[in-house]
Design a protein around this ligand. Structure first.
Ligand SMILES: Nc1ncnc2c1ncn2[C@@H]1O[C@H](COP(=O)(O)OP(=O)(O)OP(=O)(O)O)[C@@H](O)[C@H]1O
Length: 251
């Protein structure tokens, strides 16, 4: 059996006594794009932060390429890429300089210039390659973050709402980038609100609601939005019923 490249194992997290994640188990296999979708406040970013080690969950564990996110050996860390919260971008450096730094950080010291130039091309940043990152538009800053997180062709990739600020051309470029990495064997976990986009890129869609995995949606078909809302409504109904009967509702 193939081992998951990304794993959240029975993860719960509370902020000030309020549950943000509730016994969430999530696996992403090599070569697969898994999308995490949910309403505002469903727990998507908290899940991705727990997986990247930016947040230590109250309960449960996370693994990236078989290692704890806090204790990844350097050679494993170089096979991982992510954009969660703010992208690692230096505002005083140009786009190209930032990407050369990212290439060096990912162990591509001798190939940094070539990797940076290729990443500029892949993400449509050519007109801005000599622009300081701090002077970029929000969408181009998002492109730069994604370019830096993917230029080393990671084996495991986590992107939190990667297309939130992108124009239609950027959405297509990111879709092709993500799909291409997965087709080359990468495990990709992406959170999104854009159901149409998710349907185009994901192999599997996990619905998060109230910090819980409430079910999977097939990416195919035209009624994804309808199926999403039906799943969320059903989860709410079961939670309300469980409260009435004093039991814990199951996903
Ligand atoms: N640092 C924090 N302190 C307190 N509560 C937090 C913190 N971060 C998140 N939360 C709470 O945890 C819950 C899940 O938030 P999270 O940001 O993970 O949701 P999300 O699904 O990513 O939402 P969105 O789609 O709006 O980005 C929310 O109720 C949120 O208010």
């Amino acid at each position: 059996m193939t081992a998951p490249a990304l794993l959240l194992d029975d993860v719960s997290h509370t902020f000030g006594g309020r549950a943000a994640l509730d016994h969430l188990t999530l696996t992403v296999l090599p070569g697969r794009v898994t999308a995490l979708i949910g309403l505002n406040g469903a727990g998507k970013t908290t899940a991705l932060r727990a997986l990247t080690g930016r947040l230590r969950p109250t309960q449960g564990s996370a693994r990236i390429l078989g290692h704890e996110p806090d204790g990844m050996p350097a050679d494993v860390a170089r096979r991982f890429g992510h954009v969660v919260d703010t992208p690692l971008v230096y505002p005083e450096l140009t786009v190209t300089e930032n990407l050369r730094c990212a290439a060096r950080l990912h162990g591509l010291a001798r190939r940094a210039a070539g990797a940076a130039a290729a990443a500029v091309g892949r993400t449509g940043l050519d007109p801005w390659r000599h622009t300081r990152a701090g002077a970029l538009s929000m969408g181009n800053r998002q492109r730069l973050g994604i370019a830096g997180a993917t230029l080393h062709r990671p084996a495991a990739l986590i992107l939190d709402e990667p297309t939130s600020a992108l124009d239609p051309q950027g959405v297509v470029l990111v879709r092709e980038l993500v799909r291409g990495l997965a087709d080359d064997g990468a495990a990709v976990l992406v959170s999104s609100h854009h159901l149409d986009e998710v349907a185009r890129v994901a192999d599997e869609i996990v619905v998060l609601h109230g910090g819980r995995d409430v079910g999977r949606l097939e990416p195919g078909g035209t009624d994804l939005e309808q199926r999403f809302f039906a799943m969320v409504l059903d989860a709410d109904t079961r939670t309300a019923d469980a409260r009435t009967t004093g039991t814990r509702s199951l996903p």
